[in-house]
Design a protein around this ligand. Sequence first.
Ligand SMILES: CC(C)(COP(=O)(O)OP(=O)(O)OC[C@H]1O[C@@H](n2cnc3c(N)ncnc32)[C@H](O)[C@@H]1OP(=O)(O)O)[C@@H](O)C(=O)NCCC(=O)NCCS
Length: 179
Amino acid sequence: MISTPQPQPWPTRAEAVDGSDAAAVRRVNLAAFPTRNEADLVDALRTDARAWLPDSSFVAEAPDGTVAGHALLTRCHVDGVPALALAPVAVLPQWQRLGAGTSVVNAALDAAREAGEQLVLVLGHPAYYARFGFVPASGYGIKPPFEVPDEAMMALALDPGRPVPAGSIRYADAFGVEV
Ligand SMILES: CC(C)(COP(=O)(O)OP(=O)(O)OC[C@H]1O[C@@H](n2cnc3c(N)ncnc32)[C@H](O)[C@@H]1OP(=O)(O)O)[C@@H](O)C(=O)NCCC(=O)NCCS
């Protein structure tokens, strides 16, 4: 009988601070998305000291140790209050649907929670991000600075006991979004 590989936790780690993972991270984003926009976005964010935070870029490693998945959190604001934007999330096509994306997103969210962050925002597929606890951002009164289907703009309160700011999202300049 032929068995289908089942999704399972992948080894994850923060991207190396010495820049030695940057090329591999770029390769993952180039391969996962149809255009180079996301790869270029990551590299632009690297040069923005206000957006790029320590230990907020995470990778998932394939069995041979190569970088197979990537998730990035960068600084954004909601009504002037610091929050995090989760973008992009990418997995090499040959490793998709095997749990790498889930593992690397969980690693990034766990690190953010440990760092005392409260709010994470993501623009993406509701069916995918609901598994991490993301809910429509509109429920918190959070508004994206662009037109997007309501259910695609999602928010995660890392500590349910703390308040969540309401208002407009201001992304880092590299996202190219005017508020
Ligand atoms: C989306 C992505 C990061 C998910 O990573 P992954 O390792 O393939 O996903 P996982 O194995 O952790 O999770 C698989 C689950 O995600 C779902 N899924 C994968 N890609 C999806 C997508 N584009 N939309 C909705 N659901 C998706 C699968 O159906 C599966 O659901 P199930 O657990 O209910 O069966 C990866 O597929 C990818 O890089 N896609 C191309 C780039 C992209 O679209 N990035 C997201 C930007 S918001």
